[in-house]
Design a protein around this ligand. Structure first.
Ligand code: ADP
Ligand code: MG
Length: 161
C-alpha cells in the first residue's frame, strides 16, 4: 500500500483559487500566523489523495506578487469534522487583511500529517518548523517555474496536469 505522503504527492502540483472567507476565529493571527480560508466549494474540489496534513507551495492575492505559502488541510468543525478545510499562511507580511479577495495557490509539496499537540508551545514550534521546511522545499527553481506560470499571471484557469 502506498504511504500517505506518496499518495498525496501523486496529486501534486494542485492548483486552486477562490475568495477568502472568514475562518473559525481560532486566533491564528494572534499567534502571528494568520491563515486565509477558502470557501466550501473550493475545498470540495480537493482530490481525495490530499489528506489532512501540512503542505507548501506558492500563492497570490488578486493576481499580485507570488509568495511562498504553507497550507494545512484539516477538518471543518462546522460539519462535525466530516468535511475538510484549507487554511493558507502566506509567508509575507501584508499591511491589510484580504477577506473577499481572490486567492490563488499551487500546492507543490507535502510536508507532514496532522498531529495532536499537547500544548500551545508545541503547536507553535511545529508551525515554526513547518515554515522553515517550506522555505527549504520551495527553492528558487520551483519559484521561477510557478511565479511565471500563466495561472498566476492571467485568468484563473486551472491547468490540467
Ligand atoms: P480567520 O479565522 O478569519 O481565518 P485568522 O486569524 O486566521 O482569521 O486571519 C486570517 C486572515 O488574515 C486572512 O483571511 C487574511 O485576510 C489576513 N492575512 C493577513 N496576512 C496574512 C498572511 N500572511 N497569510 C494569510 N492570511 C493573512
Ligand atoms: Mg484562519
Amino acid at each position: 500500500m502506498a504511504g500517505v505522503a506518496s499518495l498525496a504527492r501523486q496529486a501534486l502540483p494542485f492548483f486552486a483559487h477562490g475568495k477568502v472567507v472568514r475562518g473559525f476565529g481560532r486566533g491564528s493571527k494572534d499567534l502571528g500566523i494568520p491563515t486565509a480560508n477558502f470557501p466550501d466549494d473550493v475545498v470540495e474540489n480537493l482530490p481525495e489523495e490530499l489528506t489532512c496534513g501540512v503542505y507548501c507551495g506558492f500563492a497570490s492575492v488578486n493576481n499580485g506578487v507570488v509568495y511562498p505559502m504553507c497550507l494545512s488541510i484539516g477538518w471543518n468543525p462546522y460539519y462535525k469534522n466530516t468535511k475538510r478545510t484549507m487554511e493558507t499562511h502566506i509567508m509575507h507580511k501584508f499591511e491589510e487583511d484580504f477577506y473577499e479577495q481572490n486567492l490563488k495557490l499551487v500546492i507543490t509539496e507535502y510536508i507532514r500529517p496532522m498531529l495532536d499537540f499537547k500544548s500551545l508551545e508545541e503547536l507553535i514550534s511545529a508551525i515554526d518548523n513547518d515554515i522553515k521546511q517550506s522555505h527549504e522545499s520551495l527553492n528558487k527553481e520551483l519559484y521561477d517555474q510557478y511565479s511565471s506560470h500563466t495561472f498566476f499571471s492571467g485568468e484563473s484557469i486551472i491547468p490540467s496536469s
